[in-house]
Design a protein around this ligand. Structure first.
Ligand code: ADP
Ligand code: ASP
Ligand code: MG
Length: 398
């Protein structure tokens, strides 16, 4: 399984280079299935077009539009392969048998029926699959959420029993921080599914979260590597004794969320349940939650949600607020999140204290905190995010 991201198929020369690489892999005696993203910034351009045309984007139509990007890449790559004498055949997500639920723009895969891919493979052809898309149980075209081509690739790797899944991108692997923010970040040679899950969930864009969940659940090793240098990259796999248990392995950041606050919430059993039930029923994922101590029976609740869900979330939150007698609900778009990830944190106290001290030394105020066994996240002002990442990277000597 070889997946090529947007930059990797960004122009004609890149598509030819990818074709060359697949041809070489085939000539080494491998059966290859390729998954492609839309060329360069195509998906962003299509979204801009949608915004220019209308402020209402019915999910079904948005998915029709967005899936066209990947169709272009798959057809062009097959033509490039034909030129190289490698028989290839393109498939949309639907043709590849990727069945999803009906949740447009962030559909979940519910079933894989890759019969046509198996047939192509048995005929000695290279299936080239459009990433990021599937077909719903109601037979409509769906997309899997931004970055979803990674999920297509890993899910297909699992369904086809591939030995591993190669994710080709524009960096040479998974780094100790986003190399675009920290120039000194180093490449991690091996990382466990658990650490990668936390990294992907907290903004480490290099792999889509859902793809790592699939990889862990089905035991598919992922090799993240560069389609520019083709050098060996990072293996994401089951934890083993050859992995160093660093206290802190990586620092991630995320500026794609907003903070929603409800003030004057009556502090009674069942109120938080009601608020978050209504939000969940709208299909909105809540991330961090903070509730203040109650004063005179009223409290404030803050939580973070994806920027894309801001309007929908405010709508429901304001409606529930009125119902439960809360004062007001508002959103703050100027936040960002910085996270430390490391399996060794489990057995090393003091990491949280050190993180807070480093942020304090930089004069960075912490607005929200959340932790898991192997991650600490702080919400700070968006303008402070890059500074925070650099300071933490240096202080933890990554
Ligand atoms: P693709 O189009 O190939 O899917 P993405 O843009 O989705 O590529 O993901 C690759 C980008 O992820 C890199 O260019 C890099 O800026 C970013 N990134 C964020 N965190 C990390 C990290 N820890 N290691 C490597 N890359 C990272
Ligand atoms: N083209 C889609 C996006 O830009 C899917 C992907 O690249 O993984 O989000
Ligand atoms: Mg991506």
């Amino acid at each position: 399984m070889q997946k090529f991201g947007g930059t990797s198929v960004g122009d004609v020369d890149r598509i030819k280079a990818v074709g060359d690489h697949i041809a070489r892999t085939v000539r080494h005696g491998n059966q290859v299935v390729a998954v492609v993203s839309a060329m360069g910034k195509t998906t962003d351009d299509l979204l801009r077009l949608a915004n220019d045309v209308s402020s209402t984007h019915p999910g079904r139509e948005l998915d029709m539009l967005l899936t066209s990007g990947e169709r272009i890449s798959m057809a062009l790559l097959c033509m490039a392969l034909a030129d190289l004498g490698v028989p290839a055949v393109s498939f949309t997500g639907s043709q590849a048998g990727i069945i999803t639920d009906t949740d447009h723009t962030k559909a979940k895969i519910v079933e894989m029926r890759p019969d046509r891919l198996l047939e192509a493979l048995s005929e000695g052809r290279v299936p080239v699959v459009a990433g990021f898309q599937g077909v719903s149980l109601e037979k409509d075209v769906t997309t899997l959420g931004r970055g979803g081509s990674d999920t297509t690739a890993v899910a297909l790797a699992a369904a086809l029993g591939a030995d591993f899944c190669e994710i080709y991108t524009d960096v040479s692997g998974v780094f100790s921080a986003d190399p675009r923010v920290v120039a000194e970040a180093h490449k991690i040679h091996k990382i466990s599914f658990e650490e990668m899950l936390e990294l992907a969930a907290s903004g480490g864009r290099v792999l889509a979260l859902r793809s790592v969940e699939f990889a862990r659940n089905f035991g598919v090793p992922i090799h993240v590597r560069s389609s520019f240098t083709w050098e060996p990259g990072t293996w994401v796999q089951e934890e083993d004794e050859t992995m160093e248990q660093a206290v802190v392995s990586a620092i991630s950041h995320d500026v794609t969320e907003v903070k929603v606050t409800i003030t004057g919430v009556p502090d009674r059993p069942g109120i938080a349940a009601k608020v978050f039930r209504e939000i969940a029923d709208r299909g909105i994922n809540v991330d961090m939650i903070v509730q203040n101590t109650s004063i005179d029976g009223f409290t404030d609740i803050s939580f973070t949600v994806p920027k894309d869900d801001k309007a929908a979330c405010l709508e429901v939150t304001r409606a529930v607020s009125a119902e439960i007698g809360a004062r007001e609900a508002y959103a703050d778009s100027g936040i960002g999140r910085v996270s430390l990830i490391g399996a060794g944190m489990k057995t090393h106290p003091g990491v949280t204290a050190m993180m807070f001290e480093i942020l304090a030394k930089e004069g960075i105020n912490i607005e929200m905190i959340s932790t898991s066994a192997i991650r600490i996240s702080c919400v700070v002002r968006q303008d402070d995010v890059e500074n925070a990442v650099r300071a933490l990277h240096e202080a933890f000597e990554l």
